[in-house]
Write a protein that binds this ligand. Sequence first.
Ligand code: MEV
Length: 416
Amino acid sequence: MDSKWNHFYKKPFQKRLDLIAEEAGLTPDQLDLIKQQFSQPSGQVIENYVTDFGLPQGVAVGVVVNGHSHLVPMVTEEPSVIAAASNGSRLLAAGGGIQAEVASQLTGGQIIIKNGAFSQLRAFVADHQAEMIEIANDSHPSILSYGGGAKRLSVRQLDSTFTSIDLMVDTGEAMGANMINTMLEALSNWLRNQMNAEITMAILTNYADEAVVHVSGKVPLAQLATQSMSGQVVGRRIVDASQVAQLDFRRAATHNKGIMNGVDAATIAFGNDWRAVESAVHSYAARTGAYKGLSTWQMSDKDLIGQMDLPVPIGFVGGANKVLPLVAINKQIAAIHNTQEEMALIAAVGLAQNLAALKALVTEGIQKGHMNLQLKSLALSNGAQDFELPQVINQLRQLKNPDSRAVKQILKTIRR
Ligand code: MEV
């Protein structure tokens, strides 16, 4: 690597920009854009900070959870996501809204031991459980004053070589990644002096089966009717779609992606580590050894009924909450006050998002339903101005293959 990049993180902002501009051949206009988006004079949030990358934020409306109607801020670049979330929520609101229950809220971590005899390790941890919990808590004592702390240790044999000691912690209102890692490292240091085994690593796990929200909701079948299909038929077809996501991992991946369209967008708006949520969700979807759809839909005489268990390992305080001012505003918009309300709302958006996607898929198909939004996005990304949109979209709709070339041609004609 060229030495000019050495200690890049120590260089002042302008010097970093000059180096990047020279390397990439950026124009003055491109540099101006980077400077306009710059928002962190101290540059302390991430290393080698250069600018902010803005994603659009919108708000889903009428998301009824446990009897309260919420606005949900959502950050996404996909044109149809927020419309779909609002649409799914409206259908579920007609059946009384989404019920959400946070079954437990514990975060886990593991210490991986190599070449320790499993049965001896298991007996050792059983004998020293209380002492080990105390060591973990002593390394992060402030959590006790919030009513949380280390709760439980168990031992799992991974194979004849490796064993995992699993620690479960109540991290209170924080997501708690740093807290757990501090506890695990304190325990590892203590274990090293207690036994003659190699510790391979100590780290939290993003598998979050003890931070699961159960969401459910129903839609009166009449609400599902379209111009060409009765509500009964649409409901039955959604049940079929749900079944396919249980049978086929290829479909399950897309079914779950639709759920994550909503979950990620809300998770980001509330300032959380969405990679942790993604990781938790997909590993949970594969917990039986087969990757399956996370939600299921069934029908009664009158209603379509949806259910989902979704791990949502997030926190209400700490992390990006402190450094991104929009996060606090978004929580105020959403009227959520603690981690459990936040978990419930995120999972509820996931269920609503899934319903809207399935309904579109089994009726008119996803393309037609999203066409207007897609045409709008196509027009904007090819230079159409806001006031030109209605005319451009209208003309694009008449075409068999609306594409960039068509937008440019239409713009040329109407601008003449
Ligand atoms: C697109 O972003 C999401 C969908 O593919 C989800 C699904 O197929 O269920 C529409």
